[in-house]
Design a protein around this ligand. Structure first.
Ligand code: FES
Ligand code: FES
Length: 163
């Protein structure tokens, strides 16, 4: 029997019907229409499906939607401001060449956002360790690490304020 799940999605309260076994990614991409969240492996191995739950990065392909009841979820759509401007972290990914095909980018950026929430000025080793669970077949990772470093040196973006 479907349940009603209520939670905050990118700063707005939402309620959605979902089967108790439904995965968060399916509810985000399906009834809630947030297709920025990508599915790669579906098994917790690639990080493409990463979103933030209460500021922590989780794999939404493994996360039961019922567990977000009353909590705060941030997807890639939620990093832009009200005028649609990209967050500093998103801009840095574009400027540093951290986005190529773009499939891994939402998950990479949200994983990096969670790191910057906890550690505003991470070392390269900390960035690489944090992003170890996010796979990219295009960039070779160097530009992604440089993008996170660049974002960390700029004025705090929305993701660093806990959006
Ligand atoms: S799709 Fe979730 S970790 Fe790969
Ligand atoms: S930019 Fe293509 S998978 Fe990362």
């Amino acid at each position: 029997m479907a349940h009603v799940v209520s939670f905050e999605l990118n700063g707005r309260q939402v309620s959605v019907q979902a089967e108790p076994w439904a995965r968060l990614i399916d509810v985000l991409r399906g009834p809630l229409g947030h297709t920025g969240t990508k599915e790669g492996c579906g098994e917790g191995e690639c990080g493409a499906c990463t979103v933030l739950v209460d500021g922590a990065a989780i794999n939404s392909c493994l996360f039961p939607v019922l567990e977000v009841e009353g909590r705060s979820v941030t997807t890639i759509e939620g990093l832009r401001d009200a005028e649609g401007r990209l967050a500093a972290l998103q801009e840095a990914f574009v400027e540093e060449g951290g986005v190529q095909c773009g499939f891994c980018s939402p998950g990479m950026i949200l994983t990096a956002a969670a790191l910057l929430l906890r550690t505003p000025h991470p070392t390269e080793a900390e960035i690489r360790e944090e992003l170890a669970g996010n796979l990219c077949r295009c960039t070779g990772y160097a530009q992604i690490v440089e993008a996170v470093q660049a974002a960390a040196t700029r004025a705090p973006g929305r993701e660093e304020r806990g959006a």
